[in-house]
Ligand binder design. Structure first.
Ligand SMILES: [Zn+2]
Length: 159
């Protein structure tokens, strides 16, 4: 049984501009019947990133680490897990980040190809295949976009 299954945890949100993380109050505690609102940073009012329960915020002064986390976020990679084994290794330096994103990209392309090869039997399998392929396509696009973005900021990656 997964650790997070026992209790509803408050999401770990982060503001990349302020380099701060916040735990959001659960809607059930505040306004159970209200609408779901986008969580904004209490300091700068920009929407925050929901990074997952395993996210541990670096100190505010660790600019590079925050930039790495923001880059992962833009590429669709967060710190969500079921609470048992953690989200797995995450890169901390720009060089490791690029290698990590490239590996993730290859994985996503492979997974998508695997799904493409499956011959679906029946409606439900067709639906599963379509949604899996759409999800891997989104991953591929997000990671490729982020890699391209980082490619143009070479000077920022060094030093
Ligand atoms: Zn902020």
């Amino acid at each position: 049984m997964c650790r997070y299954a026992f209790k509803v945890y408050k999401p770990h949100l982060a503001c990349f501009g302020c380099r701060k993380s916040f735990r959001r109050r659960l809607r059930a505690d505040v306004d159970p019947h209200g609408e779901e609102h986008v969580a904004v940073c209490p300091q700068c009012a920009v929407p925050m990133a929901d990074l997952g329960l395993d996210f541990r915020a670096p100190p505010m002064s660790a600019r590079k680490r925050w930039e790495t986390i923001a880059s992962l976020w833009r590429a669709g990679i967060t710190f969500h897990s079921c609470g048992c084994s953690g989200p797995g290794w995450r890169p901390a330096t720009p060089t490791a980040l690029r290698a990590f994103l490239e590996t993730r990209l290859r994985d996503a392309i492979e997974q998508r190809a695997r799904w493409q090869d499956i011959l679906p039997r029946g409606f439900e399998e067709r639906l599963n295949r379509a949604s899996a392929m759409a999800s891997f396509t989104r991953q591929v696009v997000a990671i490729e976009t982020e890699l391209a973005q980082r490619g143009t900021k070479r000077s920022e990656r060094e030093g």
